[in-house]
Design a binder for this molecule. Sequence first.
Ligand SMILES: NC(=O)c1ccc[n+]([C@@H]2O[C@H](COP(=O)([O-])OP(=O)(O)OC[C@H]3O[C@@H](n4cnc5c(N)ncnc54)[C@H](OP(=O)(O)O)[C@@H]3O)[C@@H](O)[C@H]2O)c1
Length: 321
Amino acid sequence: MRAAVLTGYGSPDVVEVRQVPKPVPKEREVLVAVHATVVGRSDCGRRDPHPRLFGRLMYGPLQPGRTTLGMEFAGEVEAIGNGVTAFKPGDRVFGMVRYREVGAHADYVCVSEDGYIATIPEGLPFEQAVVCEGAFYAQPCLTKLNLKPGDKLLIYGASGAIGTAALQLARAAGVRVTAVVDTRHLELVKSLGAERAIDYTKEDFTRIGEKFDGLLDAVGKTTFLRCRRLLKPGAMFVGTDMGPYGQTLLLTMWRALTGRGRVTVPLPKRDPGFVRFLKARMEAGELRAVIDRRYPLEAVADAHRYVDTRQKTGIVVIDVR
Ligand SMILES: NC(=O)c1ccc[n+]([C@@H]2O[C@H](COP(=O)([O-])OP(=O)(O)OC[C@H]3O[C@@H](n4cnc5c(N)ncnc54)[C@H](OP(=O)(O)O)[C@@H]3O)[C@@H](O)[C@H]2O)c1
């Protein structure tokens, strides 16, 4: 079978599509013929980690420990291992591989039946089912913000994979969202349910004179100090990244050490039921994939180049079949 293989760390040139042995499902594993997958920021971060030393400690000092990337998949069950009861050949499924498993940038991937996998909602095309990655990082932020229906949330950078997912999941929970984005994304965020869209190229969002019950920096490009006047007393600032000059990370560490402060970068908790939660949101019409570009598997390195620009809207899909 074909798989996109990392030949080392570095630029997208280290990603090569090669022939590798087709995996065989072990006990309680499902073999999925991949139809659609995604190149996301996690993949690019594993290919070329920053900070480099920290990344190499995590992923492998000399060579990446996992050579085929791809966190999420949508496809068809081709075979099942012994003991599998929840899925059968022919089922249309979507989900995510676990942190250390072989990735989905390949013709086939094996997934544990009690892992992050569920059947695709009836009639939904494969490329519309790759909604997991952004939501996986958005959901812990929303959980940490602990907002009630009717509460007001400001999402800074609501146009990326995490931002578009956070916006839709917050709306599904009845939260009123103000989205801060570039001019080209104003209509998109309104179509996803933002009550108000602010163009960061034309207006200083920190001076709109409103107060919020929570603030999510979905792109790691703003800071608590800049945004604090937008927050109601006790409201949290959550981020998905370290923030400029590591400010969000430093304030997160301060909070972890002292138990004080209102800034945190929440990490996802292990919860395979999360994929069924997303399925229910899709069936209710509350969550859809926002697809920027699509590439064939053979052009996966070009997809990495595009994701590296940090300018994508929503997700970049790889059509494997
Ligand atoms: N996705 C993951 O796997 C993952 C996991 C953990 C953490 N993170 C971190 O979380 C952050 C977001 O990830 P992502 O995958 O959602 O990113 P992404 O999809 O690559 O985000 C790109 C979007 O951000 C917008 N953007 C760029 N600069 C901006 C700015 N200064 N202000 C507002 N919007 C801006 C871009 O549009 P414009 O340039 O037109 O504004 C684009 O639509 C990244 O820092 C990433 O490292 C990602």
